[in-house]
Ligand binder design. Sequence first.
Ligand SMILES: Nc1ncnc2c1ncn2[C@@H]1O[C@H](COP(=O)(O)OP(=O)(O)OP(=O)(O)O)[C@@H](O)[C@H]1O
Ligand SMILES: [Mg+2]
Length: 468
Amino acid sequence: MELSITPAPQPGAWRRRGVASDNDLIKKIQAEVIMSKRKAKDSHFTVGECISQVQRLLRERFCHQQLPLRPLGMESQHKHLLELLRRTAVHGESNSVLIVGPRGAGKTMLLNCVLKELLEVNEVKKNVLLVHLNGLLQTDDRIALKEITRQLHLENVVGDKVFGSFAENLAFLLEALKKGDRSTSRPVLFTLDEFDLFAHHKNQTLLYNLLDISQSAQTPVAVVGLTCRLDVLELLEKRVKSRFSHRQIHLLSPLGFERYLEIAQQQLSLPSDFPDHKFCEDWNASVKALCEDKSAEAVLQKHFNASKDFRSLHMLLMLALSRVTVSNPAIRPADLLEASRLCTADSKANVLHGLSILELCLIIAMKHLNDIYDGEPFNFQMVHNEFKKFIQRKSHSVHNFEKPVVIKAFEHLQQLELIKPMDGSTAKTQKEYQLVKLMLDHSQIMEALQKYPQCPTDVKQWAVSAFG
Ligand SMILES: Nc1ncnc2c1ncn2[C@@H]1O[C@H](COP(=O)(O)OP(=O)(O)OP(=O)(O)O)[C@@H](O)[C@H]1O
Ligand SMILES: [Mg+2]
């Protein structure tokens, strides 16, 4: 086989063409470098790629408990807790503190932010030991002690030893943590989430021992309790309470609406290091416009009035975010409205959407019975009579079902807990005569009827007509 070989350019070929050609080449190369740099800078992502980036980034922010750079609106509490824990971690002072605030107020987040900041110091990171306990998981002191042993990596040290008391066991664990020369101990930070639940443990042994150590000079420990119960101290036994430092950090300051609106905007905005600069600018501008829109503001105001915490705000924003697509690359006020509707949706009214027409008719019959008998309980036979009256007099579209079919439908409603048997009615009573109660109110039924897909007009009219 023959190979055609193109002659290699001779060295100095460019040079032979003269100085001008050299300059041209350099210019050309420079231009190319500049071009490629520019491309990297505003790297052209497609709208679809940008949107999936936005979804990923904001979902992490809303759902993955991602820590904010700084906790918003709790600067003084942050400083207080950081100072307190630093004293234990760096200076070996023992301490105890309670962080008290309603659900979703940011107790866990505040503690995690402080721990993160504390552990950024290398010295502290090497020295301090952390033990996280949660009242929902460690439901008694024996489990809690096992968990402490595990988190301190002392299972091997404990081995099969048998201890007389809880206190001995804990003391042994802390002793084992002492350094080689046995003069200094490593500081241990105990965090007790759902602190109030630990107060229900027998004799409050764990709390007593931890707080007792935090009072004596043995090992430097800090005990941080997180709770949403304001009256938590009332739950503590006298000997436990007296060992607590009575330091409390409250996260109760309610945000004003102005601040809430600012936070909503901040939470939806993209950071400046977002890969596509242009998209980031557009997105942030659209978020700003959204938060200035009157109807969006009304939705947020309604949400704010219902609950002021971040968790429910995140839920709302998350639902609005999920409506962003390539054809709708920004959150519109209508998306926020829809999200708010979903947040406040009535779960019972939702169940009604899945019912058959027959089941819906039975519900309407029961609504009429409620009107007639003023909310008194009724039985299947009465419901069936109402339904038959409707079929005979008013209905053109609903089929006249056999009684067993109607009974089945009635039982299904009972399974869905839309109707409930009265406590007094015994199993002996024949099924048709057992007293039951409707678990829905008028507005729920009427709303469901409005939304029911292709609901026959005569059924709708029957529902609105007075007394069946
Ligand atoms: N001040 C804040 N700044 C930023 N994010 C916050 C703030 N407060 C709460 N959050 C966010 O709200 C969510 C709920 O907070 P967190 O889990 O800390 O509440 P909690 O008080 O521990 O509630 P619970 O009592 O249910 O444990 C988290 O995603 C958190 O990041
Ligand atoms: Mg928490």
